[in-house]
Every structure is written in C-alpha cells, then in structure tokens.
Design a protein around this ligand. Sequence first.
Ligand code: GLY
Length: 281
Amino acid sequence: MMKLIIHGGFFSESDQSNEVKAAKQAALKQIVSSSFDYLKDHTAEETVVYAVSLLEDNNLFNAGTGSQIQSDGKIRMSASLMNGENQKFSGVINIENVKNPIEIARILMQEDDRVLGGNGAKKYATEHGIPEFSTEIPQRRKEYEEKLRNGGKGTVGCVAIDSNGKLAAATSTGGKGFELVGRVSDSATVAGNYANRYCAVSCTGVGEDIVSNATASKIVTRVSDGFSIEKAFEKTFQELKEIEGFAGAIGIDHKGDIFHQDSHPTMVFASFDGSNFSIFN
Ligand code: GLY
C-alpha cells in the first residue's frame, strides 16, 4: 500500500529553460525514490518531513535554500505538517534563518502550541538546538535586485500513505517574492496542507487563491464525505476556476489512490508506488 507523491511548485516555459526542466525532473525522481525507500521503515508523518527537507535543501525549489526574497530584502519561510491519523497540525509562519522550516514543524508536533510565527518561531527553533543558517542564494538576490517578480507559484510538498495505511501531508515555501512584510502564505494553513484518515493534500500556487478556495481542506472533506479523490479534486478546482485562482495540489486517499491537478500549466510533481514513477512533463 505504500505510496507517495511530491511537488515542487510550477514550471513555466516562458521563464525557465529546458535545462532547468530536466534538472527539476531529475531532482524530483531522485527525491521521490529515496523518500520511498525511507517510507519502507518509517511512518507517513516521518516520511513527508524527510521528503520536504530534501526539497528544501535543493535550491531549484522555492523553499528552504533558494527561497524567494520579500519586499524588505529578507527571506521569511513557512511550513506545516499534518498527521492524518491523529489530525494534529503543526507549523511555522515567516521564520528566518533556519535551514529546514519543516523540521521546526516536526518538533512542534509535541507541543500544545503547535503553530508559531516570526520571532517566536525562531526563538523556539534556537532553544531546540536548530543552528542559524542563511537560505539565500545569489540567483534569488539577483532576481530581487532586478525586480524580477516571478513569484507566488513555488512551494514544495509531499503526501504519503504508509504500510499501516496512515496518511500525512507536509508543505514548505519561501513565499511569493516581493511580498509585504507580515504577509501570511497558505502553506502553514489548512487551505494549503491538510490530512485526516481519509485523505491527505498539499498545495502550491498563489497563497491568496488557495486560502480563498480552502483548497486542501475542501478536497479532504469531500473525500471524507464519500467523493472519490478524482471528483473531490475536480469540484474543488472548478470552484477555484470561478474565482480565477492559480493553484496545484497533490493528494492520496485511504485506498491508496493518488491524484493531482493544476489550474494552469504546469505543476512540477513526481509520484512513486514501488514500481511505477509518474513525473510531470
Ligand atoms: N503558495 C505559496 C505562497 O503563496 O506563499
């Protein structure tokens, strides 16, 4: 029954080359297969954290290292984790100078207060032994200085079902790029990342659209109420279209059915079930 699917935001033909596309395909294939190996002796919750931390460490993607820069020249990142079995959600919002925001979300799972923002999130990370780390790369600084607004569509995520049929979702983002200081992304909300015993979903795209559409929580609720995962995605993306929203989502249900959909070309994703890879083209 073990399966997983990951995403790395959107790929746009107009502002990215074929080399970047091939590099993203290769990175996703490598990360989905090493995460599948990890899933063999770890839970879904542990595996989604592992997969998202690998995506955060790869500077091809807008999360962790390689995150976009906000309007005041600083990087602030957001990430969240949800365990479908116990329905616990944890996350960090607008955290600065840590290598893996998803790791702080993982540690927060043990707390009563499970979603922390800004300075409080950073203070908590430091108190839990997380070292200072700059996630800035020269390419992002150059884009910031040239005011290249390519943002809003990059996030990473993973959903998994483990050998016991348990589901989990994790999502992490460097945000939109050039956003107002204090802007809150969808990625550490239930619109961007949600799971229960029936379904787990992670989103990418424009945070404001994902929140307006309540995308992840709506898909999961529909599956819980008896929709097939395909129909749940279809109806939710129809509603997103009605508000001219821009988003993509990945999901797995309790039967192990995997589904993904995007409102625009092309969400960057890869899935693996132990024998078959599926990858964006
Ligand atoms: N989905 C990422 C963001 O809008 O911040």
